[in-house]
Design a protein around this ligand. Structure first.
Ligand code: SF4
Length: 417
């Protein structure tokens, strides 16, 4: 039996797989949810990177214009179902390359603000090619307070292995520092072909010394539908590299804020996934509610068509059992390195120890978790195990789901075992 199936059966105490179906509703139950985040997907890129698994297409002005209109319509379809504006924690734009629609972001944000009060920051992912004074000014004017720069590596050889060109990163970061964002995240990939521990740590130091408040380090994963010329370095090397990153950041006074992110102390977080609940807009965007997980179609044409007909572009919906939802919550809490029993009780109305007492005890005995100030914290050993399991889920669940969704705009069902 696969590790992912074993864990699913064990943690949910059920043989019931994750069953996604095409049935959907135009009403989403988000009005009463606390800590709701927003996510908007912009699927356009100047050129398509071979390693990238995300939902994206090459930029074309006419399609982008139609997409923007559809996005506004989807926001209205969701927003018009509530009586008064809903408070939300944050808004993130991901992609794709959101800056390719920099002129439209202000309009999209204004429309979202008609229905939502955004209490936290507004974040945008940036490709290094997007960074110029004009674009950064537009983002600032639109209210963007956080940026995440997809550098991947500063090393010219590593960049070349993933089909990226070297560039003037110093000038790009000078512009970002001048613009003055509250949070600057730099995305790096580890276990790239030809990468060494030394060059990886040099990348991390360069990111922080260039002005990053947070560095996100993702393992190179070879998705089945990606077009990688080279394969990731073996898992044994990934393990050593992740250990070296954690040790280096600890030594240099940076905080581990999740299994794969490290930050300067007392800085804000850039994190679009570790939200208790979220609403996603745009192609491929996911929505997480109290009892439901749904994902939008990956087809731009299918997306535009659905919303033009006043229906949400949902392609697949999973209705959670209580235990499935609790496992999902626990999984992402563990990713952020801490599990709060109080927060769990407030979310599910049941004690964490009642649902997962055995697992918590086992994790503490094995040195994966420690209890501090009423919370459970992942140890570095626990963080490595999480990294290993997360990659397994990415390969078995996300790869499968995205692969089907890339080929079929509205699949009838997907069963993840
Ligand atoms: S890595 Fe970024 S720029 Fe490259 S294809 Fe993916 S989303 Fe587009």
């Amino acid at each position: 039996m696969r590790l992912t199936s074993f864990m699913r059966i064990w943690l949910t105490r059920s043989f019931q797989p994750f069953h996604f179906t095409s049935s959907y509703s135009n009403r989403l139950a988000f009005e009463d949810l606390e800590k709701l985040g927003l996510y908007v997907h912009i699927p356009f890129c100047r050129s398509l990177c071979s390693f990238c698994p995300y939902c994206k297409v090459a930029y074309d002005g006419e399609t982008a214009r139609k997409y923007k209109d559809a996005l506004i319509r989807e926001i209205e379809l969701v927003g018009e179902t509530i009586e008064k504006p809903k408070e939300v924690t944050s808004l993130y734009f991901g992609g794709g390359t959101p800056a390719l629609m920099a002129d439209d972001l202000a309009l999209i944000i204004r429309r979202l603000k008609k229905y939502f009060r955004i209490r936290g920051g507004i974040g945008v992912e940036l490709h290094p090619d997007d960074i110029d004074e004009r674009t950064l000014d537009k983002l600032k004017e639109a209210g963007v307070t956080m940026v995440s720069v997809g550098v991947q590596s500063f090393d010219p050889d590593c960049l070349s292995a993933i089909g990226r060109n070297d560039r003037d990163f110093a000038e790009a970061f000078r512009l970002i520092r001048t613009a003055g964002f509250d949070v600057v995240d730099v995305d790096l990939i580890f276990a790239l072909p030809g990468q060494t521990e030394q060059s990886l740590l040099a990348d991390i130091e360069k990111a922080f010394s260039s002005g990053a408040t947070q560095v996100s380090t993702y393992p190179f994963i070879d998705f089945t539908f990606a077009d990688n010329r080279y394969k990731p370095l073996p898992e044994g090397v990934k393990k050593k590299m992740l250990g070296a990153i954690a040790a280096y950041c600890e030594k240099t006074g940076r905080e581990r804020t999740s299994v794969w992110t490290f930050a300067e102390k007392n800085t804000g977080k850039y994190s679009s996934v570790t939200r208790d609940n979220f609403l996603g807009f745009g192609v491929s965007a996911a929505t997480l509610l109290k009892e439901q997980f749904k994902i939008n179609t990956f087809s731009i044409e299918g997306y535009i068509d659905r919303v033009e007909n006043n229906s949400l572009p949902t392609s697949l919906t999973l209705n959670f059992s209580l235990r499935q939802r609790a496992v999902y919550d626990l999984f992402w809490s563990a990713y952020s390195m801490r599990i709060s029993p109080d927060k769990f009780k407030a979310s599910f109305g049941v004690l964490l120890s009642k649902l997962f007492g055995l697992e918590l005890w086992l994790c503490r005995v094995l040195g994966l978790l420690k209890r501090e100030e009423g919370e459970f914290h992942l140890t570095n050993k626990g963080a490595y195990l999480y990294h290993y399991i997360e990659q397994a889920y990415t390969t078995v669940y996300i790869d499968r789901m995205w692969n089907v969704s890339r080929n079929i705009p509205f699949p009838e069902k997907i069963v993840l075992k």
